[in-house]
Write a protein that binds this ligand. Structure first.
Ligand code: 2M8
Length: 435
């Protein structure tokens, strides 16, 4: 069974790999290269075709802007199956944008520090992989410098996101209260996602109006960071984004130390790391909820909901023993009912939970991978192994879907798999789980 699943996953990845040296997340639905998808995808390739793994990373990092920014989508090719495309985003408004590639002017969680380190662990030819890392690592470092120098508004080591698409958890109920503070125009545009996937499993038209409006504001100011920080109606500290940054810092520090002669960079990362960890715990850990929460900087208030991102700091060194215990307890009590697969993307005990709608409840394999490694790191072996076996069972029973219903007996559908099929990071991370 294991070998069969791996073979199928390899087929998914190989079919999604494109001539330009990058992999689409899912045919039709997502026809370009996405930043954090690309990192997870590289891990899958690394187990059977190391040159594709390296190519994937090289290609996304090649789209870096002169200020260190790495965009969330790189439009290598034209495609009319996705909206909004390059003509909407217009990354060239920013004076330091890549001259080589069209992209968006927003980013996604900074996964590449830990991706480089994991590639090194997986690679059989360590010397060859270290040479590759030496060529790429400064780009990842510059990306972290970009975050700390441009997005750390309070100089406390926590960096903001200015769009829900930067979080990766697009239509999470987390953002509903922010949408209440906005009143965007009703834009006229043609959605493409709903021609690939059942509209009831995707964000609403009104939600898209909000998404586009934030981009229009950023575009009016040529994607200038300071202006965005001043004017964007969406300005959030996200525990997932920040703990991924912290975890990637850790990897960069270890890699630079083994490369040698990079003391200044190591010092810079260590200094910021210390601040990030302290602030993550003091500002984003919510004692009563027993979980990390998001903070709405624009409206100066906590967003007191628990979602899968609330547990992501486990993947980093940030949680103290007490915090880690509290996270594991909350996950088990609220998300871990018998009869439910781990880990729903939003609190299943909350009225806003929706088991079928994208980031409003379904299980996502990339989040499960982060949580699996995080739980293991902090010594919660039973919960870790449950999250891994739940992930494998969901894929084996339903296929390589984008997201899955967490209810083991699902009264609403024959399959627990929703969204795009033959989904790249689902395939890639199954391989990484099984190898
Ligand atoms: C989803 O997001 C894109 C926008 O970035 C979309 O819905 O159009 C999210 O799940 C995001 O996390 C993911 O990276 C992307 C591609 O898989 O799809």
């Amino acid at each position: 069974m294991k070998e069969q699943m791996i073979d199928k996953a390899i087929q998914v990845l190989d079919r999604n790999f494109q001539d330009g040296g990058f992999t689409i997340p899912s045919k039709g639905l997502y026809p370009f290269q996405w930043k954090w998808d690309s990192g997870f995808i590289a891990l899958g390739f690394a187990h059977y075709d190391i040159s594709k793994a390296k190519k994937e990373v090289e290609t996304i990092l090649d789209a870096q802007w002169e200020n260190g920014f790495i965009p969330h989508i790189v439009f290598h090719n034209d495609s009319d199956t996705y909206f909004p495309g390059p003509n909407f985003h217009k990354s060239n408004l920013h004076p330091l944008a890549s001259k080589k590639y069209r992209s968006t002017g927003m980013t996604q969680p900074p996964v590449f520090g830990f991706i480089l380190e994991r590639l090194y662990e997986i690679a059989k030819n360590k010397e060859d992989m270290m040479n590759f890392i030496k060529k790429q690592i400064d780009k990842v470092y510059e990306n972290h410098v970009y975050f700390y120098e441009n997005r750390d508004l309070n100089n406390d080591g926590l960096v903001y996101i200015y769009h829900n698409w930067e979080s990766g958890t697009d239509n999470s109920p987390l953002w509903d209260d922010i949408w209440e503070t906005m009143n965007p125009p009703e834009y006229t545009f043609e959605r493409r996602d709903t021609s690939h996937v059942d509209a009831s499993q995707r964000p609403s038209k009104r939600e898209y109006d909000h998404y586009l409006h934030i981009i229009e504001i950023a575009k009016e100011h040529n994607y200038d960071d300071a202006k965005i920080a001043e004017l964007s109606p969406f300005l959030v500290l996200d525990p997932l984004f920040n703990s991924v940054l912290i975890r990637s810092n850790e990897s960069l520090i270890r890699l630079y130390e083994s490369i040698g002669n990079n003391e200044e960079k190591v010092d810079y990362l260590k200094q910021n790391q210390l601040k990030s960890v302290q602030s993550l715990n003091s500002k984003l850990f919510h004692k009563d909820l027993g979980a990390y929460v998001h903070f709405d900087l624009r409206n100066n208030r906590q967003i007191p909901y628990i979602c899968s991102s609330s547990f992501a700091p486990l993947y980093s060194s940030a949680p103290t023993r007490l915090i880690a215990e509290s996270l594991a307890k909350t996950m088990l009590e609220k998300f871990g009912d018998a009869g439910r697969y781990l880990c729903a993307s939003f609190d299943p005990t909350h009225e806003k939970f929706n088991p079928k709608k994208y980031w409003r409840g379904p299980v996502w394999i990339n989040m499960n991978w982060i949580l699996y490694h995080g739980l293991k790191r902090h010594g919660f072996y039973d919960l870790a192994s449950r999250i891994k076996s739940d992930s494998l069972e969901l894929i084996e029973k339903n296929g390589f879907f984008e997201y899955f219903d967490s209810r083991q007996s699902n009264p609403d559908a024959d399959s627990n798999g929703y969204g795009g099929n033959n989904f790249s990071w689902t395939a890639a991370l199954l391989i990484d789980f099984l190898k």
